[in-house]
Design a protein around this ligand. Structure first.
Ligand SMILES: Nc1ncnc2c1ncn2[C@@H]1O[C@H](COP(=O)(O)OP(=O)(O)OP(=O)(O)O)[C@@H](O)[C@H]1O
Length: 602
């Protein structure tokens, strides 16, 4: 651990008020457990400190952060920090990203920006900074973003001739003078709400600048402008969304990475008033090392992953290169209290096979859930996506591992809330693999939040136990049924529902039952599995478990804890190749048909 950095951070915490708890224990590892702290690869130095929306209150204590001399990212946005930017921060020679917006900083900006040679992004907006904009900013040759909006900066705008600068916002200050040539390439909004002369004089030029210099726009007028702006934004976004959906995603059939959709994620918040935004925070769960706030999420470039039963799911890349998944829920049937209770329950579940809910957000218009992004995608996508040439088939060992891990995950969920918790929506599209191949059960407990009249849940149909008529009333036994369907899916490679040539929908359970009844068991298994040697008995074993889970009468289905044992034992009762990893070779389908009839007996 970087001992000196640790001391500096502890000193920082000691000298600044923070009403949200910071898990910075002296005995724990700075690099691995401390919220908001990131270290370099060999864990010798702290390189990022991100404490957005941590309710920090006070001024930045001198000689604390300035000792983190390797720091590249400093984000203290959306707190209540006041006072000057301490001059000793000039020691942070590696500082690249500086986010101090939405605080109560005041006083002049640091005079000499050139000490931070690597500065790339600077956001000091929404504070009370005054004085002029230092011309030393011109020396920042790597600067791409400069946001100083909503302060009380005055004086002439310096000639910021910084070729790398791509994003500029100096709006809503008291800046005067003419727009320097170097800044004329930016949209006029970058400089709006200042005391600059208008580009086209609509009033006598000698009157307007001086009037505006002394009188800021009155609040009702400002409100009018904001509301008008919001309506315009809303209409524009509505048009964009319509355009977007009419093209049904990217031309190649994949979800379109689209700015329009990104805007739609932002829409909900742009409609809210500023005070609502300030009062509504993302609620993080303990142990979550992610450090971002709502503004980060809204700023993130978002890509639509898909639309599911509960809303739209986005992949959002945050400024620090973290990727998260944001579920934007729709049509919920619950109020704030019930939503929060359910989220707290879901967020407290910790198991190696359960996708942790990282954070959630609730407001009247917007309900968000934040998860880790799983690089390999869902089991459904891996199993059914892209059949044909160039496809990597899901091997038997992986399918077995998915079955065991999912069973363990669900069994754990069933022990929560005094053994009353139900997943309610087990299916292949809610089970994920991360880049290391670990398995995670996701989307827990969402079904119970649905509105009384959910949209036709076609996708869930093949997984839904026959006794479940209302998806909000799922039970442990109905989860077991859905898990059984998942096992059948892993074995057959077929989706939970399939459409025949005559457009008839055939449920996988019915199909498997009919095939097994006719003693054609060998036909059941995925042809992609026939390449693996000595797995027949294991497959038959899994088929038996799957079929036991999908029996019609709920009371006759095994309990999840028993299922875990049964699935774990597949290897032991199988061919005895317990520790071997089956590799793709050829095996004859006859071998399977010989043992197939043993399943029919069950
Ligand atoms: N944490 C995640 N990591 C990676 N991909 C995800 C994650 N969560 C969801 N996805 C993907 O986003 C897409 C949309 O997911 P979403 O959960 O909204 O709908 P679904 O799973 O397709 O359907 P349903 O909500 O009805 O279960 C799916 O392709 C899903 O695989």
């Amino acid at each position: 651990d970087p001992v000196e950095d640790k001391e500096a951070l502890l000193d920082f915490r000691r000298h600044i008020q923070h009403s949200r708890s910071l898990n910075w224990n002296e005995s724990s590892s700075v690099c691995n457990t401390w919220t908001g702290v990131t270290c370099n690869e060999d864990q010798s130095r702290v390189i990022a400190l991100r404490l957005p929306a941590m309710a920090l209150n006070g001024s930045i204590p001198p000689n604390t952060i300035s000792r983190l001399s390797a720091i590249e990212t400093l984000s203290l946005r959306s707190n209540s920090i006041y006072g000057f930017i301490p001059s000793d921060l000039s020691k942070l020679q590696n500082l690249t990203y500086l986010y101090l917006e939405f605080n109560r900083f005041s006083g002049p900006l640091p005079l000499d920006f050139s000490v931070w040679k690597k500065l790339t992004v600077v956001d000091l907006s929404n504070n009370f900074f005054n004085g002029s904009i230092p011309s030393s900013i011109t020396n920042l040759t790597r600067l791409t973003t400069l946001i100083l909006a909503n302060n009380s900066l005055s004086g002439d705008i310096p000639d910021l001739n910084v070729p790398s600068l791509q994003q500029l916002n100096l709006s809503n200050n008291n800046l005067t003078g003419s727009v320097p040539h170097s800044l004329q390439r930016f949209p006029s909004s970058a400089l709006s709400e200042n005391a600059l002369p208008p580009a086209l004089p609509v009033q006598p030029p000698n009157i307007q600048p001086s009037m505006r210099k002394h009188s800021r726009i009155s609040e009702p007028t400002l409100l009018g402008i904001i509301l008008g702006g919001c309506v315009l934004v809303f209409v524009a976004i509505a048009i964009l969304i319509i355009c977007c959906y009419s093209t049904k995603g990217g031309r190649d059939g994949r979800p379109a990475k689209s700015q329009k959709i990104e805007k739609s994620l932002k829409k909900g918040v742009s409609e809210r008033t500023e005070s609502q935004v300030k009062n509504s925070r993302l609620v993080f769960f303990e142990g979550c090392n992610l450090a971002f706030d709502l503004e980060d999420l809204l700023r993130a470039s978002a890509e639509v992953l898909g639309k599911g039963t509960f809303g739209t799911t986005y992949k959002a890349a945050l400024e620090d290169a973290t990727t998260v998944v944001v579920k934007r829920l729709k049509e919920l049937n619950v109020g704030k209290r019930e939503f929060e209770q359910q989220m707290e329950m879901v967020g407290s579940i910790r198991h190696e096979n359960v996708a942790p809910l990282r954070a959630y957000y609730y407001s009247k218009d917007e309900k968000l859930m934040v998860y880790d992004y799983y690089h390999q995608g869902s089991i459904s996508a891996i199993l059914h996506g892209r059949r044909g040439e160039g496809r990597t088939a899901l091997d038997w060992d992986t399918r077995l591992r998915i079955a065991i891990s999912t069973a363990r995950g669900i069994a754990h969920i069933h022990t929560e809330n005094g053994g009353k918790f139900v997943h309610g929506d087990i299916r292949a599209s809610n089970i994920f693999l991360n880049s290391q191949g670990n398995v995670y059960v996701s989307d827990i407990g969402l079904a119970t939040l649905m509105s009384p009249m959910p949209p036709p849940v076609v996708r869930a149909a093949g997984y839904r136990a026959p006794e479940v008529t209302d998806i909000r009333k799922a039970t442990h036994a109905s989860d077991v049924y859905s898990f059984g369907v998942l096992l059948l899916e892993l074995l057959t490679g077929k989706s939970s529902t399939n459409t025949t040539g005559s457009d008839e929908v055939v449920h996988l359970v019915r199909w498997v039952n009919s095939v097994v009844r006719e003693e054609w068991t060998a036909e059941v298994f995925d042809v992609e599995l026939l390449r693996y040697p000595n797995i027949e008995e294991e497959m038959v074993e899994m088929l038996q478990i799957g079929m036991a889970c999908v029996v019609r009468i709920p009371e006759q289905r095994p309990k999840m804890l028993d299922i875990v044992k049964m699935v774990e034992e597949i290897r032991q009762v199988g061919t005895g190749n317990k520790s071997e990893i089956s590799s793709p070779t050829t095996s004859t389908p006859q071998a399977i048909s010989e043992i197939g009839s043993s399943v029919a007996a069950h």
